[in-house]
Design a protein around this ligand. Structure first.
Ligand code: ZN
Ligand code: ZN
Length: 588
């Protein structure tokens, strides 16, 4: 570095001073330089620390990424062993939901208004139990509504109108149709419902049904194999299981290792199956299941199928069910259900799928209960009048409810029906495990028996279900049947109950009268001056008495409703004492 001094601008002394300053500055600079060299060493150290820090940071991020990718971010699933066992119990009946949850949003619930109703239910937060039930519903079902428009040319309109019974309103409906789609997210059952399709020609043709049935029964009776089952059917290696009313026969063309028929002994006419006959056939079937299981312990998954009339693909007119047992697992269709139920339980805090299915149908008013069994007008029907009956075990209530359902449809002349029963595996005999199915029965009707047209096509076989009978109408049919057959009242019982109610009312009124008499006496004694006003008060009190008298029965009616609820629970037999277990005891 060089230092310059110009004489022009500075005197010599100034110049000397300047050079002294410059030297000082130079020294300072040298000093700074030494300091800077020390600083660069510091920077290096800082750089190394920073580098180490960065490496640690990077490693941290890599580790975090590793954890994130390896960690199950799906919601935690409940272990299978913690799934809740099945029960038919519900906390509230439909009336409770009707008055607490659905107040103002439920008007004549039907399949056509279901979508609209569900939308309102989603935002009607009146009670936590209501929103809990909505959440249960929406975790299983997805409901939507689609519309389809039609342009009907004049040439076709007359014909269409005739199909629709010359109903102009229905013709309007036909021009803009609404289809409800119900999808079960766990079982993947999917049904499209359009009640207008039920009005198509030939769908509900039951006019000549009696004549057709009469003819069919008479003709088939002549050479019936099952009327003469002892000589015209095969036997199992262990023989037949028999009662006074029914008997088993080995199926000549087996579907599975053990495949038998249960035949009603003395009844050829399927229209005349009585409760007694049906229950007997069920008991004989249960005995057969246990006999097979005793013969070969591998076979422990019981199934029953019963088709009535050729329209429902029955080979013989004579009433008969087919019973089979499978080893390893339930048949595929029901195994799919069982797996879906387990998946539901694991994803929904261990809740039981079948219990929740009952709860949902119950909340919507789609169930009928008989003791330990519940019948559901199924929300995703496979065919018309699809009813699912559930119970913990194949108990008496279960079989009775199945019969009352069949009887309800037969009373509507729907003699062609298909019924299937799937029971919990035969071990541990009485109640199903948490991962097994309860006792399940499915019933559908198969249309007019005389119709030559099949009710099953490519749609049902391969794609989706299309059903046109509203489950909300089905449940009414069921209720009527169970009310009539399940709880029979004799005229004497009714009269006695009425008499008792009246006696109670009379007693209450007499008591009230005595109290009022006392009051009148007291008032007369206390205020003799007011005696003139007494006649005015008397009618008032009499009026009150009359009013109270009128209230009597009303209060009693309310009490009766409460009392009705109470013994219903009391009537419930302890669950788990199923017939299967009983039969097993009988056999051993
Ligand atoms: Zn209601
Ligand atoms: Zn016969």
């Amino acid at each position: 570095m060089s230092v310059t001094c110009t004489l022009q601008s500075h005197s010599q002394s100034q110049c000397q001073n300047h050079s002294t300053n410059t030297v000082k500055k130079f020294r300072n600079y040298e000093h700074e330089k030494v300091q800077t060299m020390a600083g660069s060493r510091m920077n290096k150290r800082l750089f190394v620390i920073l580098l180490i820090f960065l490496v640690i940071c990077c490693l941290g991020w890599v580790r975090l990424l590793f954890i994130l990718t390896s960690y199950d971010l799906e919601p935690r699933h409940v272990p299978v062993s913690q799934l809740v066992a099945f029960s038919t119990r519900v906390d509230h009946d439909h009336d409770w939901y009707h008055s607490v949850c659905f107040r103002g949003i439920e008007h004549e619930l039907s399949i056509s208004t279901l979508d609209d109703f569900i939308e309102k239910w989603a935002v009607a937060y009146t009670n936590t139990e209501c929103s809990d039930m909505y959440n249960t519903f929406s975790s299983i079902y997805s409901v939507s509504r689609r519309s389809g428009q039609l342009i009907i040319p004049e040439t076709f309109q007359t014909k269409l109108l005739r199909w629709l019974g010359n109903d102009e309103e229905l013709l309007k409906e036909a021009k803009l149709q609404f289809i409800t789609s119900i999808y079960n997210k766990y079982t993947h059952e999917h049904t499209l419902l359009n009640p207008l399709r039920a009005k198509r020609p030939g769908v509900n043709d039951l006019e000549d049904i009696d004549e057709y049935m009469e003819d069919l029964v008479k003709k088939s009776e002549k050479n019936c194999d099952f009327c003469d089952y002892k000589y015209k059917t095969a036997e199992d290696t262990f023989g037949r299981i028999e009662s006074d009313l029914s008997a088993t026969a080995a199926n000549a063309f087996k579907m599975d290792g053990f495949h038998a028929l249960v035949i009603l002994k003395n009844q050829h006419d399927p229209r005349l199956i009585t409760e007694e006959l049906f229950l007997d056939a069920m008991h004989v079937s249960m005995k057969w299941f246990m006999k097979v299981y005793d013969t070969d312990k591998q076979y422990r998954y019981p199934h029953m199928i019963w088709d009535s009339l050729p329209k429902a693909s029955a080979s013989q007119i004579h009433p008969h069910a087919q019973i089979t047992l499978s080893p390893v697992r339930h048949y595929g269709g029901i195994e799919h259900f069982r797996k879906a139920a387990i998946k539901y339980g694991r994803e929904n805090h261990g809740k039981n799928y079948f219990t929740d299915l009952i709860k949902i149908h119950n909340a919507l008013g789609l169930t009928v209960t008989l003791g330990n069994a519940s019948a559901l007008a199924y929300l995703t029907p496979k065919k018309d009048n699809d009813v699912m009956i559930l119970s913990k075990t194949p108990c008496q209530d279960f079989f009775r409810l199945v019969y009352y359902t069949l009887r309800a449809f037969m009373d509507l002349k729907l003699y062609a029906w298909s019924m299937a029963m799937f029971l919990p595996k035969l071990e541990p005999y009485s109640t199903p495990d948490y991962d097994d199915i309860p006792a399940i029965a499915r019933i559908v009707t198969r249309g007019p028996p005389s119709s030559s047209r099949s009710d099953v096509g490519a749609m049902e076989l391969f794609s989706i279900n299309n059903v046109n009978v509203d489950p909300f109408a089905v449940v009414q049919t069921l209720k009527d049947s169970v009310e009539k057959l399940g709880y029979p009242h004799s005229a004497l019982q009714d009269a006695q109950a009425q008499k008792q109610a009246l006696q109670q009312q009379i007693l209450e009124l007499q008591q009230k009268q005595l109290e009022l008499d006392k009051q009148v006496q007291q008032q007369e004694q206390q205020a003799p001056i007011q005696q003139q006003q007494q006649p005015q008060q008397q009618p008032l009190q009499l009026q009150q008495l009359q009013q109270d008298g009128r209230e009597g029965p009303r209060i009693q009616a309310a009490d009766a409703i409460v009392a009705q609820d109470a013994p219903e629970d009391g009537k419930r037999k302890p669950e788990g004492n199923g017939v299967a277990a009983d039969e097993m005891k009988n056999l051993s």
